[in-house]
Design a protein around this ligand. Structure first.
Ligand SMILES: NC(=O)c1ccc[n+]([C@@H]2O[C@H](COP(=O)([O-])OP(=O)(O)OC[C@H]3O[C@@H](n4cnc5c(N)ncnc54)[C@H](O)[C@@H]3O)[C@@H](O)[C@H]2O)c1
Length: 266
């Protein structure tokens, strides 16, 4: 297979959860530009409908939005049933949705002593249980593809602990549940890779921190701690997702790829 056809996603169906967040939007745009048929899911229906209408207007492919609150079992199974009825097979599943630092969950991004059992359980549900549940529900569709690839979006904080000094004197840091759920997602990746082989490949990507609207002090401290000297951009993460989704990585499964500017290499 030549490089061009390996990179083309025409005739491929790609499902992205958490599609309306900045990374989901970047992944959606990338796969739309490569001709993939898209199924985008999120809890945010307004942003989801806007995203699919933009893709359907600006690109030659089609996108469909499926509203799903991943915290709710009935919504996960209803959404997966709808997806199963609307496509013949699924080639790429990107488990990207998560409760992150931007999710405005009470007692989540807080001092360790203030992080609640409820926020911990909610994060485990969205970040870890939902990928398990979606893969299980969509297994028949994935099995119909001859090139099925699942990509779980984990985090460096699923690999290493957070650095307290980065967060200044506030005492705030990445929530324990975020770290535990992403570590769990990495191990779920290995479990699924060995369980679903040889038909379906399963890998994880562990991105480093992406520069958005953090304060200048944080950005500088983060950059100084990073071998490549800067925070990530959404585009930095796209290349490895494309590679894992394509046949260029056809002998790769059960791996976690840190796309982190060298953060975990010290
Ligand atoms: N931004 C970073 O620095 C960074 C670093 C490492 C890993 N990641 C990971 O990348 C992925 C995407 O992150 P992002 O930066 O775009 O984050 P984000 O918080 O902006 O996006 C997360 C998406 O998940 C959706 N979501 C949240 N709860 C949901 C629910 N109950 N049901 C359905 N959808 C729900 C949100 O609506 C949002 O679209 C996440 O898995 C995140 O953990 C991000």
């Amino acid at each position: 297979m030549n490089l061009e056809s390996a990179k083309s996603f025409k005739n491929k169906t790609v499902l992205i959860t958490g599609a309306t967040g900045p990374l989901g939007v970047a992944f959606s745009g990338m796969f739309a530009s490569m001709g993939a048929k898209l199924i985008l899911t999120d809890i945010d229906i307004k942003k989801g409908e806007a995203l699919v209408s933009k893709i359907n207007k600006d690109s030659e492919t089609t996108a469909k939005f499926v509203e799903m609150n991943l915290e709710k079992e009935e919504e996960r199974s209803k959404g997966c049933k709808l997806i199963t009825e609307s496509v013949e097979s699924l080639d790429v599943l990107i488990n990207n949705a998560a409760l992150t630092g931007d999710s405005e969950v009470e007692d989540y991004v807080a001092l360790f002593s203030d992080q609640s059992d409820l926020s911990f359980a909610r994060a485990l549900t969205v970040n870890l249980l939902a990928p398990f549940s979606i893969v299980r529900n969509l297994l028949p569709l994935l099995e119909k593809s001859s090139t099925a690839s699942i990509i779980n979006i984990a985090s460096i904080y699923g690999l290493v602990g957070s650095v307290p000094t980065l967060y200044g004197k506030s005492g705030l840091r990445t929530p324990a549940a975020y770290a535990a759920s992403k570590g769990g997602l990495i191990q779920l990746t290995r479990y699924l890779a060995t369980s679903l082989a040889p038909k379906i490949r399963v890998n994880a990507i562990a991105p480093g921190g992406i520069e958005r609207n953090q304060d200048a002090e944080f950005i500088e401290a983060y950059a100084n701690r990073t071998p490549l000297g800067r925070m990530a951009t959404e585009q930095d993460i796209c290349g490895s997702v494309r590679w894992l989704a394509s046949s260029e990585s056809s002998y790769v499964t059960g791996q976690v790829i840190a796309v982190d500017g060298g953060w975990t290499a010290w």
